[in-house]
Design a protein around this ligand. Structure first.
Ligand code: NAP
Length: 319
């Protein structure tokens, strides 16, 4: 398998990866961003972004396209490959991809994560048959039907509000009596006449023959169960970081988030993490690009220091 050398490798092309790539390019580092899918990450699944400063309102895909062209403008290369493994060899880090092997003194991991699964009967069997994790992608298929959303965080409430424009009736099923979502996001949901929150309730089963037809609900306070007829279930119950390939050798939390210092450096010198894969308070585009900026500038200094050291070690070694 070919081995290709870069100054800086970025794993994942969401907002954090594209921002890190932009800064890598601006620093005149030979920068490669590994991304098997479409660049843009999670915001590709978001209808409108309205909390990214400078854009009062922009669609997720439009913002992703701007991030991508910005990274490319400064010379970052987007490599269509999937990272399978990462390890260190001397002062180089090796990223093994499906297509080739890549080597660089510094790596920024911006691999994000995936929506968490409910793990109830019917979820897997009816996935893409009414069970969905992306409102923008699948909402229009359920126009005029009753739709359930599971979760009570920003994603569930925001995507639920979005789905009210397709749903005849939109149910948000939440396991507590209080939503976790930001108040401003909650208010928009409560303003929709066709939205209803079903409190203190969990989904025990998703039913249907070829497609979703109903969900079995259980009230966690009194244990009562009932069946609710819906044509689709959208699940927004959080996020699992894509850190599997790093877990055995990079410090991480129990939930799999990579732990970094204030320079975004992981427990391995020269390996940085930014965005949703990193342990932090919020998963916002703003925090992802903030992390990525710090990581890229720190990586630049790290590479410079390494080159400086090598240049000064070389004459001594020669003499
Ligand atoms: P989250 O904030 O972790 O919320 C997950 C929600 O799902 C919580 O309400 C949780 O209930 C519920 N939940 C978890 N496991 C469950 C289970 N097994 N069964 C039923 N309910 C379950 O996740 P998120 O909403 O995906 O957001 C992730 C991050 O992205 C957050 O940092 C969020 O702020 C950010 N985000 C921001 C925006 C925005 O600002 N516009 C939009 C989307 C996401 P409990 O409340 O009881 O724990």
């Amino acid at each position: 398998m070919n081995t290709m050398d870069y100054d800086l490798l970025v794993v994942g092309a969401g907002p954090a990866g594209l921002c890190a790539g932009m800064y890598g390019g601006r620093a005149k580092l030979k920068t490669g961003i590994l991304e098997k899918g479409v660049p843009g990450g999670e915001i590709l699944n978001t209808d409108m972004v309205e909390d990214y400063p400078g854009f009062l309102s922009i669609t997720g895909p439009d913002l992703a396209a701007k991030f991508e062209s910005h990274a490319r403008k400064f010379g970052a290369e987007i490599i269509p490959d999937l990272a399978l493994e990462i390890y260190s060899e001397g002062d180089r880090h090796i990223v093994v991809g499906e297509e080739a092997t890549y080597r660089a003194p510094a790596v920024i991991v911006t691999a994000g994560g995936n929506p968490r699964k409910l793990d109830v009967p019917g979820e897997e069997r009816l996935s893409a048959r009414g069970v969905s994790y992306c409102a923008v992608c699948d909402g229009p298929f359920f126009e005029g039907q009753d739709i359930a959303v599971v979760g009570g965080g920003d994603a569930a409430v925001e995507e639920g509000t979005y789905l009210t424009k397709y749903a005849r009736k939109l149910y948000v099923i939440h396991r507590r009596d209080e939503l976790r979502a930001q108040k401003i996001i909650q208010e928009r949901l409560f303003a929709q006449p066709n939205a209803e929150v079903i409190w203190d309730t969990v989904v025990d089963e998703i039913g249907g023959d070829q497609r979703v037809e109903n969900v079995t609900l259980r009230n966690v306070k009194d244990g009562s169960t009932r069946r609710l007829d819906v044509g689709a279930v959208f699940i927004f119950i959080g996020f699992t970081p894509n850190s599997n390939i790093f877990r055995d050798h990079i410090e991480h939390t129990e939930a799999g988030y990579l732990v970094t210092n204030s320079l975004m450096e992981s427990s391995i010198p020269g390996v940085y993490a930014a965005g949703d894969i990193r342990e932090q308070l919020a998963k916002q585009v703003t925090t992802a690009v903030g992390d990525a900026t710090t990581a890229a500038l720190a990586a630049e200094k790290y590479i410079e220091a390494m080159r400086h050291e090598a240049a000064h070690a070389a004459p001594a070694a020669a003499g």
